[in-house]
Design a protein around this ligand. Structure first.
Ligand code: ZN
Length: 204
């Protein structure tokens, strides 16, 4: 399986990193080895002093598809989860300045938290109006709503499937809202989606 991630999908997060607003989705991948194993802490990697959490709504693909039309995109997923796109911001900044790919900053081991539970979309109602939050040490740190996405889930699926065949079990991280911050040893990170706790991890 593969993890497809969308960057710069929430206006306020674009502003906090002083990035440009994209005219089409910004796409990058993480390998399956990036998934943080269940019940394991997140270890800050030795090559970064500035790892940020990015809480994101995650879509699980349930059908194989290529060149999916936006109006049919909803047929390619049944469940929604929550994750963290951990980012070594210092390394990403250096790579960006050099015009190089971001993978080392985004795709290292443990850099993808994926909730164990996925919620059937039938239980969530309007997917373009989903609230989600990240609490750091029990303080609200990021608060998002999918209504603020520049590109919604179906648009993202239509776009990325022009480039990559989507397979069963692939995950799509849909971008982070504002409020990203550096994690430190002993932090706890709790993710909420539509009022439900989706993950609770410790930083080491
Ligand atoms: Zn992200």
């Amino acid at each position: 399986m593969k993890i497809i991630c969308i960057g710069r999908n929430y206006t306020e997060h674009i502003a906090e990193l002083a990035n440009e607003r994209p005219s089409e989705p910004v796409v990058f991948l993480k390998p399956d080895t990036a998934i943080l194993l269940h019940k394991q802490p997140f270890f800050i990697p030795p090559f970064s002093d500035d790892v940020h959490h990015e809480v994101e709504v995650v879509v699980k693909i349930n059908r194989i598809g290529k060149h999916i039309e936006e109006k049919f995109a909803h047929k390619y997923y049944d469940e929604i989860g929550l994750g963290i796109d951990f980012t070594a911001r210092d390394l990403q900044q250096k790579l960006k300045e050099q015009g190089l790919p971001w993978e080392k900053a985004k795709s290292f081991d443990g850099a993808a938290v994926v909730s164990r539970e996925f919620i059937p979309k039938a239980d969530l109602g309007n997917l373009n109006d989903l609230s989600f939050e990240l609490y750091k040490n029990d303080t609200l740190q990021q608060s998002g709503n999918t209504s603020h996405m520049l590109f919604n889930i179906d648009t993202i699926i239509a776009h990325v499937s022009q480039y990559f065949t989507l397979k069963i079990g692939d995950l799509i991280f849909t971008g982070t809202p504002a409020g990203v911050s550096r994690v430190q040893e002993n932090d706890t990170l709790k993710g909420m989606l539509a009022g439900r706790e989706m993950f609770h991890i410790k930083v080491k």
